[in-house]
Design a protein around this ligand. Sequence first.
Ligand code: PLP
Length: 389
Amino acid sequence: MFDALHPQPDDPLLALIGLYKTDDRKGKVDLGVGVYRDEQGATPIFRAVKAAERRLLETQESKAYVGPEGDPVFLDRLWELTAGSAGRGLATAAVQTPGGSGALRLAADLIVRAGGRKIWLGVPTWPNHASIFKAAGLEIATYPFFDVPSQAVLFESMADALAKAAPGDAVLLHASCHNPTGGAIAPEQWKELTEIIESRGLLPLIDIAYQGFGKGIEEDAAGLRMLITRVPEALVAVSCSKSFGLYRERTGAIYAVAASDKIASIARSNLALIARVSYSMPPDHGAAVVSTILGDDTLKADWISELSSMRGRITSIRDKLAAGMSRRWQSLTAVAGQEGMFSLLPLEEADVLALRANHAIYMPTSGRINIAGLKSAEVDAVIEKFLTL
Ligand SMILES: Cc1ncc(COP(=O)(O)O)c(C=O)c1O
């Protein structure tokens, strides 16, 4: 039967990692990677994560199943971090998931079970969004989000497109730190979006995967918090992969905000069923680590401080990059004001390939760069190489 299968393309980012690894040129630079890197080029384990792991090793008494919904204490603490006071008192269904991707897939399956047929995605967005929603059977519609040459968020076009969406359509929004563009929606624009979503009867699905990497832990969730208190229903997909550096531990959660406790409880039972028939139960370790950190003032303070210094490092590289690159691409002054790990450079495929061949600078042909892939000491040299284009 397997003869009937068609080969599927490799993930271009994984292929890029392979190429980078086999390049033995000195001073090669990896801007393609999707994880945080420090000044030494490492993806560190947070101090608070290590401390929580030590504590769990000593105190955890069982590895018995956690149940399809996961650990309610983890879910409460993560919701408090994500939604803050806005989340308190809302009728909410919560299910622990294998990472943010798992949360998005559960959200997609829930939308389909509830009779939803279409989801609106920004152009561009994280490529896996469309793959996940298509795999769940949703039709994809798109709204303009970002213009690469001018580095502008196309808010008016986005609002116009969503104003034409049909009631019951879902709309995917990035809470902050947009992947791949870094483009941010301003607070007054969140208000306008909320009004469109409310008046058109759309279902917002908010993807929050980089809380703390943009302007701050609270600031990065501000739009989401405003939105969920004003619309009757919303889905929030949370990833702990970046914010806690727990990538491989597959840690996340899906929250469904509903109009009543009764509806939330039905949504919860449906999410639990989807989990049960997909992978049965979520992995526990990462969630136990997050829960331990968020439940302990000292560990939490240390986590916040380490996350702030990562954010500071990204911001300072953004500033240097914007100043240097805008000598050649005026619009790249915007890089300084963008948020999170990614920016999308206005490069042709030939430029990307030339940087790779001539200077061992690696990035996908889309021109997306991970700012954290740069070390402060090498920024000037890297800029000079870009300026040869
Ligand atoms: C925008 C966005 N959402 C969700 C995810 C999912 O992350 P994970 O499944 O690793 O938690 C990612 C990961 O890169 C992302 O960039």
